[in-house]
Design a protein around this ligand. Structure first.
Ligand SMILES: *Cc1c(COP(=O)(O)O)cnc(C)c1O
Length: 460
């Protein structure tokens, strides 16, 4: 059979409140044209993020009941630790309330009281990873291959580290580099995968200079499946084997369990180095909790352990990667400018090209996101000049790209809902000239995209 179906049945449903175009015009006006200010019940298809929004399975819901809430030495912790070490055989597993808490603790350890002058290279730092390093005055350096920055380049592993640049940096700055990081999939440039050869190559350079390699692992299973699909020599390997091989090249990991474990909350830090683990646990007790629960309840750890078994099912991964690709291909076929090839978790639409009549500082991607909401009740997120345009000196500068990201929650939406998303684009595509740009009428002093208020400019 060629048709790939959702490999699950639905037992519990959350009704969607249907709204009309007229109602949504009012709702978005009342939200000051900022999609973060909408109540989620007023959204039909919510593609704001794939973080913490996945659907849990019957096995996960029943695992929750087994959660043991003992303060120390809970059996739920040991199940969590075993499930992790079955895939990622690190010596120390440290639970945290989410990924950024693991990053915060890792940063504390590697900064070691004086971050200034230190550099951490990564293929591309995710924004909380960068923020944690920079907060400790560590220079967070992005070294992704140049193909990764070209939205239409169809390189199979656009997330890869540029190994030449990494080697150059280590050759000249080794004394200032406490660790090297690699993010799989490379979230910040569109959920693009990293090849096994690239992970191996990164590790070889790390070994040459005696540096630990840490994997930022939020979408590790999606990355492993891309390796199976695209990398010579891996087609017949089980995803579980691929996952184990990826992590065998690393000395530690940080994890956001809100992505590839289907959990609503959670994370961890894992390390081989005893001295680092000791420092991390001491810090953990101050900021998260005792080492056998960190920031998590026993039931969270049970649910993550079960999610780890489910996320590497190949029927699931085939459906997951294909369902994102499907929307991307259909949009591409009708001439909507999308980032190619599709990454693992989201579709990225190039609003600069789709709404070329809107100037960058009239926020074409925000205008498209607003139009998607008005016409279809779809909520995506702007990644462009509205998010990044305001400079520290108060001036405003266009961002490099004007994108709308449509992030797909895991196991949540059906094929008909995917077709609906495509149809909304079809309708908008024939009327783009009617979509107005926007202006900001109020903004806070930083991170304006979460709370700023906007209004549409007079129609073009
Ligand atoms: C989401 C994410 C994080 C941060 O994790 P949270 O659980 O949101 O704190 C870090 N790195 C990557 C690559 C992510 O996608």
């Amino acid at each position: 059979m060629k048709t790939i179906i959702e490999p699950f049945r639905i037992k519990t449903v959350e009704p969607i409140k249907m709204t009309t175009v007229k109602e949504r015009r009012r709702l978005i006006r009342e939200a000051h044209y900022n999609l973060f200010s909408l109540e989620s019940e007023d959204v039909i298809i919510d593609l704001l993020t794939d973080s913490g929004t996945g659907a849990m399975s019957t096995n996960q819901w029943s695992a929750l009941m087994k959660g043991d809430e003992s303060y120390a030495g809970s059996p739920s912790y040991y199940r969590f630790e075993n499930a992790i070490r079955d895939l990622m055989p690190f010596k120390h597993v440290i639970p945290t309330h989410q990924g950024r808490a693991a990053e915060h603790i890792l940063t504390f350890v590697v900064a070691d009281g004086h971050g200034k002058g230190k550099i951490v290279p990564n293929n591309t730092h995710f924004d909380t990873t960068r923020a944690n390093f920079e907060d400790a005055e560590i220079d967070a350096r992005d070294l992704v291959i140049s193909e990764g920055l070209d939205p239409s380049n169809e390189h199979p592993f656009k997330g890869n580290m540029d190994l030449e640049k990494l080697e150059e940096l280590l050759a000249s700055e080794a004394d200032n580099i406490p660790m090297v990081e690699i993010t799989i999939t490379n979230n910040a440039i569109g959920g693009q995968p990293v090849s096994m050869a690239n992970i191996r190559g990164t590790k070889a350079i790390c070994d040459k200079y005696g540096k630990p390699l840490i994997i930022d692992s939020a979408r590790f299973a999606e990355n492993a499946y891309f390796i199976k699909l695209r990398e010579p020599g891996y087609h017949d390997k089980a995803v579980k084997e691929i996952v184990r091989e990826m992590f065998s090249h690393a000395d530690g990991m940080t994890m956001s369990a809100k992505k590839d474990t289907f959990a609503n909350m959670g994370g961890w830090l894992a390390l081989n180095n005893d001295e680092w683990a000791e420092k991390a646990r001491t810090r953990l007790i101050m900021t998260e909790g005792f080492p056998t629960y960190g920031g998590l309840s026993g039931r969270d750890m049970e649910c993550i352990a079960t999610g780890l078994e489910e996320i590497i099912h190949e029927d699931y991964l085939q459906y997951r990667i294909r369902s994102v690709q499907y929307i991307n291909e259909r949009l591409d076929a009708m001439g909507v400018p999308v980032m190619k090839p599709a990454g693992g978790h989201a579709i990225f639409v190039d609003a600069k090209r789709m709404l070329s009549h809107i100037e960058p500082l009239q926020y074409p991607a925000q205008a498209l996101a607003v139009a998607l909401y008005i016409h279809g009740g779809i909520r995506g997120v702007e990644i462009g000049s509205f998010m990044f345009g305001r400079q520290p000196d108060g001036s405003e500068k266009p961002a490099a790209m004007e994108l709308v990201r449509l992030a797909m929650p895991r196991r949540v939406y059906t094929q008909a809902q995917a077709d609906y998303i495509v149809e909304v684009f079809q309708e908008l595509k024939n009327n783009t000239s009617k979509i107005p740009g926007l202006e900001v009428i109020w903004e806070p002093s930083s991170l304006r995209h979460f709370t700023a208020r906007l209004r549409p400019l007079a129609k073009a």
